[in-house]
Ligand binder design. Structure first.
Ligand code: ZN
Length: 126
């Protein structure tokens, strides 16, 4: 399959999304009982020793299926995840900052479009 065939397919999908007044970006998933509560971008942040400022990803984020680990670094994870119900992909990323006054942890979960997910899948582990 050449690139042009793929582009044609994507264009078709975009057009359909427009016609239905939403589509993939507009929130078919918002009806999903599993990932529907997740927005396009979710983040959590924990600063060591300052629990009053801590925030966390929605608990459902940890229940998404791991599709592929994109790095072997365990402190700064990059994982491609997927909703087991409605099948969109998510990009999960953690960051870790060691500080003398208490280390900081951050987590990000981003909802991917089909094209973005394909890119991550094509890249493989590295
Ligand atoms: Zn879902």
């Amino acid at each position: 399959m050449g690139i042009s065939a793929r582009q044609k397919k994507l264009r078709k999908r975009k057009k359909r999304a427009k016609e239905s007044g939403g589509g993939e970006e507009g929130g078919r998933w918002s009806l999903c009982s599993f990932c529907g509560e997740l927005g396009d971008v979710e983040s959590g942040f924990q600063a060591g020793g300052k629990p009053q400022y801590d925030s966390f990803l929605p608990r459902i984020a940890s229940k998404l299926e791991v599709v592929r680990r994109l790095t072997r670094d365990s402190c700064r994870e990059k994982i491609l995840k997927q909703c087991p119900r409605c099948k969109p992909y998510f990009y999960y990323r953690t960051d870790y900052e060691y500080l003398a006054g208490g280390s900081e942890d951050e987590q990000f979960l981003t909802r991917l479009t089909g094209e973005e997910a394909e890119e991550y899948l094509a890249k493989g582990t590295g």
